[in-house]
Design a protein around this ligand. Structure first.
Ligand SMILES: Cc1cc2nc3c(=O)[nH]c(=O)nc-3n(C[C@H](O)[C@H](O)[C@H](O)COP(=O)(O)OP(=O)(O)OC[C@H]3O[C@@H](n4cnc5c(N)ncnc54)[C@H](O)[C@@H]3O)c2cc1C
Length: 456
């Protein structure tokens, strides 16, 4: 069998330019080729909460679905933050979709050590959660790869037809009828040449999460830990002057996790800039150590016995690029609780400034996400879910909660599957067909009183 080849957008453009008198497509096919690893209906790139929602949505719709992830496990920030709660997974204690429920049920199957349910959020031990996500993907029939990083896109005649992955065997291509970008950073859209948006003067800080063990709740309250860390700032200058959130892991008595304002004193950092990102990662690693030192050097013996259990595998990133969609969601949409004819998801909770200095959580109303905001404006074949959907800086802050990211991922995955199965581009998909399928998956577009009451 002849090895199959693929052409990247770069190769296509170079070859096209060099072959104006010849066969541009033929030349392009050989200009930049990588072995084809797989061919699928739906390729989901990025396995955070959005990518999980997308892969589950696509596979449950009957599409041959592959989820690829850069790390060795799924969950994205939900896993990197070591116990931080995915919000808006069950607003008002009510199921929001079959996909959200599948993930919750798979974590619950591991018992009380794995999960504690809140009013809208779930508090998880991430080690159980990582396995439960695999269980959910298996149950839905989604296939998945870890240690595969998208590094380029294959674009032919303005349609994305695959993604180039960095693997241990070098660059390899996955061909796909539709692609869903759930990288958080809009990597695929960027590599494919689709328009992306960033607001460099407003980028939210990043945070390396910290996990602590051997906390004695009878002698130590979270406020004591926070006070010790803040007191340590004189000696340890990397410790943030911003907020701290310190909570027990799921139902554990002695294990805690810390979320905090991370790099907020280090200036606006673009996590897609390799130099700035490296500095931020390394400074954050030192910052985590300094926080632990500050706790253990306190005068209080109960704090001195606390141990450093883990640091996040990487900084958790709040904001980078977003895909420019056909519609850009705004702060006003969130605050006015706007509805749209082409609603494919809704977002609840609050406008979360994500540790920005001086910024406060602001209330918003439940509002719709139109199909146009998960559809790349000009490039065909590309949908987007999660934190990089089409929104302004504050419009994105309204959808940051992981339950909301899973909802937009779910919608993008189902849209990608329906398009692939019908052999059409997502732009040509009839929105009522998509809405019907999402309703069958338990998504309720008629929330009646769209006030926030009881739903956060
Ligand atoms: C510090 C911090 C605190 C937060 N606090 C909360 C909270 O308390 N509750 C809450 O609900 N939300 C919180 N949020 C917001 C929430 O975590 C994010 O909005 C959400 O995780 C975004 O989900 P996502 O799937 O879009 O992206 P991510 O969770 O960022 O996942 C993206 C995934 O894509 C993978 N990936 C990226 N690039 C590539 C590539 N090129 N190839 C292959 N894979 C790739 C990544 O490894 C990752 O697994 C917080 C965010 C941060 C950063």
């Amino acid at each position: 069998m002849k090895p199959r080849t693929a052409v990247t957008r770069r190769g296509f453009l170079v070859a096209g330019a060099a072959a104006t008198a010849g066969n541009a497509r033929g030349a392009a096919q050989t200009a930049s080729s990588h072995p084809v690893l797989d061919s699928v209906d739906v390729l989901v790139v990025g396995g955070g909460t959005a990518g999980i929602g997308a892969a589950l949505g696509a596979a449950r719709t009957g599409a041959k679905t592959l989820l690829v992830e850069n790390h060795s496990f799924f969950g994205g920030v939900a896993s990197w933050a070591l116990g931080m709660q995915p919000n808006q997974m069950r607003p008002g204690g009510k199921p929001r979709s079959a996909v959200h429920e599948l993930v919750i049920q798979k974590i619950q199957a591991y018992g009380d050590a794995a999960i504690r349910l809140g009013v809208h959020e779930i508090w998880c031990n991430v080690e159980y959660m990582k396995v439960a996500i695999l269980d959910a993907l298996d149950a839905a029939g989604a296939r998945y790869l870890v240690h595969t990083r998208a590094v380029d896109a294959v674009v032919q005649r303005n349609r994305i037809t695959g993604v180039v992955l960095g693997t241990k065997r070098g660059l390899m291509t996955v061909q796909a009828k539709t692609v869903v970008d759930c990288t958080g950073d809009a990597d695929v859209a960027y590599y494919a040449g689709a328009e992306t948006m960033t607001q460099p003067d407003a980028l939210m800080p990043m945070t390396l999460a910290v996990a602590l063990s051997n906390v004695d709740p009878a002698r130590t309250k979270p406020a004591d830990i926070e006070k010790a860390i803040r007191n340590g700032r004189t000696k340890y200058p990397l410790i943030t002057s911003g907020f701290f959130e310190i909570e027990p892991v799921a139902n554990s008595r002695t294990n805690y996790w810390i979320n905090h304002a991370g790099t907020s004193d280090m200036g606006r950092i673009d996590a897609t800039d390799p130099l700035a990102r490296s500095r931020a990662e390394c400074d954050s690693r030192r910052q985590a150590l300094q926080m632990v030192q500050a706790i253990r050097e306190s005068d209080d013996p109960a704090l001195q016995q606390i141990e450093w259990a883990a640091g996040g595998p990487q900084v958790s990133v709040r904001e980078t690029r977003r895909v420019k969609g056909v519609y850009i969601l705004t702060e006003e949409d969130a605050k006015k609780g706007r509805t749209f004819e082409d609603a494919v998801a809704w977002r609840s909770g609050f406008l979360d400034p994500g540790g920005e200095k001086g910024a406060q959580f602001t209330s918003m109303l439940i509002h719709d996400v139109p199909y146009r905001s998960i559809l790349a404006e000009k490039l065909d074949g590309l949908l987007v879910g999660g934190r990089c959907i089409s929104a302004t800086h504050t419009g994105a802050a309204a959808g940051k909660s992981m339950g909301n990211c899973m909802a937009t991922g779910h919608a993008a995955g189902v849209a990608a599957a329906l398009s692939a199965l019908k052999n059409i581009v997502p732009r040509d998909l009839k929105v009522p067909d998509l809405q019907a399928r999402l309703r069958a998956d338990g998504v309720n577009f008629n929330l009646g009183d769209r006030e926030q009451k009881g739903l956060r």
